[in-house]
Design a protein around this ligand. Structure first.
Ligand SMILES: NC(=O)c1ccc[n+]([C@@H]2O[C@H](COP(=O)([O-])OP(=O)(O)OC[C@H]3O[C@@H](n4cnc5c(N)ncnc54)[C@H](OP(=O)(O)O)[C@@H]3O)[C@@H](O)[C@H]2O)c1
Length: 287
């Protein structure tokens, strides 16, 4: 397939482009500097300049969850209006689109994993702006994938794993919330899921994360397992943040696994893969 990727310089985009290339696709990657999705004229120019695109994968997003509370206009400009720009162009050119979305479109009040058909009710500006993007995609396109994922980490980006490792290495005391439940997801797992999903041409809304549930405290303990770091579990109330997160965001992935015909990696195994990758990079840097 000939695939255009937006937000190619981000945490997911940077692993997705090479992964899909390795799968044999022709990839046209655009970072924020090359393609500002909030600029409709530019989106139009770029999409029209590439001959016969088969799919647009829209990874570009405003992802500063707490900051979005104080700059909602920017969050909506990128996640709502920017996504609408891409969806409109895909509609005009007859191209299917894959939109990456988030577990933060849910309110976390459910006690069983959220299916793709459960009602959304985002608690934060970020979640609301990502939902605005989902609505645009559904409004303008017949052929789309919406892939909701959660708690992403991986190479090329600021993420929870790196934050915890940095604090642990500096000997900082660590307090981590233990009352928010979800599934950490390695960007490499997600890239591989997306690669499988786009082969199916079975369009729709999917939930995609690594397998298994945990909370941020347990996740932090797993990250620092071999460092002997002391971590104190605390409640969300003890560490208020500008944006409210869902306290439970387990995603039901049955539709995805049925569609791609395989199971998903456990989050613990993916974390080990990532930590090993980091270690081998560090060893390489010292050799
Ligand atoms: N990270 C998570 O835990 C998580 C969880 C669930 C879902 N998601 C979703 O997964 C997708 C990928 O997230 P990620 O973690 O890879 O985020 P990321 O690292 O922030 O990547 C997003 C990329 O989009 C770029 N961007 C921002 N505004 C743009 C604009 N106007 N035009 C074009 N590009 C723009 C960003 O550039 P700058 O950094 O220079 O602004 C960044 O390179 C997003 O849709 C996100 O909502 C993420």
């Amino acid at each position: 397939m000939r695939i255009l990727i937006t937000g190619a310089g981000g945490m997911l985009g940077s692993v997705l482009s090479p992964h899909l290339k390795k799968c044999g696709h022709e990839i046209h990657s655009f970072t924020k500097e090359d393609l500002d999705v909030a600029n409709f004229a530019l989106v139009k120019e770029v999409c029209s300049s590439i001959k016969k695109i088969d799919l647009v994968i829209h990874c570009a997003a405003y992802t500063k969850v707490d900051q979005a509370e104080t700059e909602p206009a920017l969050a909506y400009l990128v996640n709502g209006y920017g996504t609408e720009n891409v969806a409109l162009l895909c509609n005009k050119l007859g191209i299917p689109m894959l939109y990456v979305s988030t577990d933060y479109v849910f309110d976390g009040e459910q006690t069983r994993p959220y299916t793709p058909w459960d009602a959304t009710n985002p608690l934060s500006v970020y979640g609301k702006s990502k939902l605005a993007g989902e609505i645009s995609v559904q409004r303008h396109l017949k052929d789309f994938y919406i892939v909701r994922t959660s708690w992403l980490y991986g190479p090329y980006g600021k993420n929870f794993v790196e934050t915890i490792l940095n604090s642990a290495q500096q000997g900082k005391p660590l307090k981590v919330v233990s009352d928010q439940v979800g599934s950490p997801t390695y960007t490499i797992s997600l890239a591989s899921i997306i690669a499988d999903l786009i082969q199916t041409e079975r369009f729709g809304i999917y939930h995609a994360s690594d397998e298994g549930l945990t909370n941020w405290f347990e996740f932090a303990c797993a990250i620092t397992k071999h460092l002997g770091t002391e971590i104190v579990p605390i409640s969300t109330r003890e560490m208020p943040r500008p944006a409210t997160r869902p306290k439970y965001s387990a995603l039901d992935k049955d539709t995805l696994t049925t569609t791609i015909g395989r199971s998903l990696p456990k989050w613990e195994n993916s974390l080990q893969d990532y930590l090993q990758l980091r270690m081998s990079k560090e060893n390489l840097a010292y050799s």
